[in-house]
Design a protein around this ligand. Sequence first.
Ligand code: ATP
Length: 610
Amino acid sequence: MHKINLSKKQSEIVNLKEGAFLIEASAGSGKTRVLTERVKQLLNHNSSKILAITFTNKASEELKDRLSLDTIKNNNVFVGTFHSFCQSILEARFKLLGFQKMPHIFEDESDRIEIVEDVIKSIPYFTPLYKEMDSKERSSYKSRVLSFISEVKRELAEPEELITDDGEEHFLMLYNEYQDNLRSNNAIDFDDLILLIYKLFINNEAARSLYSKAYNYIFIDEGQDLNKAQYYLLKSLCSKVINNIMIVGDPNQSIYGFNGSAPKYMQTLFVEDFKAKKITLDENYRCSKKVIEAANKLMDLNVEAVNHVIEGKFEIQRSSNELDEAKFVVSKIKELINEKLHSDIEGEIDYTKIAILGRNRFVFKHIEEELISSEIPYYFKSGNNGVKFETTFMKVFDNYFRIKINPSDKIHTRKLKSLLKIDDFDDEYQIELSKYSFFSFVKNIVDHLTGDNMKGSIKQIENFIKENNLFNEEDQLQIANEVEGFKNLWKTYSINNLKPTLTGFKNAISLGTVLKNVKEDGVCISTVHTMKGQESEIVFLIGLDDGTFPYYLAIEKGGEELNQEKNNLYVAFTRAKRFLYLSYPAIRKMPWGDNKSRSISRFLKVFIKQ
Ligand SMILES: Nc1ncnc2c1ncn2[C@@H]1O[C@H](COP(=O)(O)OP(=O)(O)OP(=O)(O)O)[C@@H](O)[C@H]1O
């Protein structure tokens, strides 16, 4: 990467002395850059002990990369998400929180839904209520319960405080049972991670003080995405001992309101509690003139372009339907690739300089088909939480692996029993009769698995898949791909951990801290949420019909929820460095089959000449 000269204002921030600072700045103004440079500089001082919290694992990896940081060897710095930070503390202190063994993270929503279902069925009060519901009502009820539970934890609330509607008072019972059930599985969920460490800090002065002394500088990226539990965790950690905190963020990019995040934590609470000095940055280094003008118009902002000379492109395309929209995008991509060079774009235009973004994954259906038929390489950018196996072989392996490292895990025990159609994994006769004969092989491998023989065991699995005639060619290929993925995860994990353990490995997978090694080759397809913090030379933003973006539910709710949709659109616009193409279909096929005519997103009306 070529060396970038920081602007005067950016340099001032990098060189700030001690204290609490809020860097409130617009998209592309160099927030992440400034944060990185400051961390880099502080690391050169031997006495600096740094905690840098990013919002995603991807951002952590990027920060480590930019800092050329070997975090295992460097005890003076921790770069990670709130979850991975809390996870590392939990690994060392779980006994103080009442666990006999390190708890496992149930990252998969379907596992948590299953617990909710068990809980509902275990309380007689709910039996008649649940019986009356059809399957759709049941699943929406379970989701409501789960979001209630999550909200209690995120808002550091007592369940009673969040009961608003009639009938919800029974959620209290469900909440308590759900927690007991998780415990009996020796498991926790994502929200528990933050809550547990927050509780540790406020209830155990000695433990808190140990961690407060471990750092003298704290950095938080994407501060607009802080939620209540995260903010108070930060506050309890600092506890008047750590005064050097820098939060960087952009309130206009607040898009996680549905998770309880709000800019008020950085803008109001942080400023008041820490007497933080606010500094703003409002020049955009990323985008071309046309893209900045569009983003300014969308949000009614006045951000200045630094790249005055780069004109760029901003265009809106109305297509007759989704298929035509996909054809438009693909033909434009071909046109750009054929053009090869453009004065606005550095280097040759190739597929890796192009991203296709949408609010939801469902808008990409036709695009994918068109890309395939035109033989254009593409990949989906992934959010990286957990790993889901598709093949039965790896599902059996994964479930048995989980049970082996966490014998209290009743959820996956049940799942595996139902998959194999047996009820005792140690009964040889039953194993013989199990639905999948490869189970005895998997069992033997997993029963003897340790951190030390992991590599050899994976090799044995690879040979088994290759040499066994249980699988057809197609299956063999798919299983081999998944085994390869698993192998890469272990490789990354074991390189980055001085004492690799199977439990540590599983939890790292659940948290997404060992990234799947997805080859990012070709055109990038991504939701806007996943693309946050990143950029691409050329961006196609598709599915901009009202009801899709903004989403119809947000339109119904209005207020802050609709506002967040606009912020999301702003995030999408500002991912584009040079060219931004927007599109929407005039007719969309709805999930139930009929065609509906659609109008342009309400947010884009400002661009249409009346
Ligand atoms: N002083 C500078 N000179 C040249 N380029 C810069 C400068 N500062 C930042 N950039 C570039 O501008 C782009 C945006 O920077 P960065 O990602 O740090 O911004 P950000 O404020 O974190 O963006 P966002 O909030 O939109 O994700 C990057 O490509 C970065 O390398």
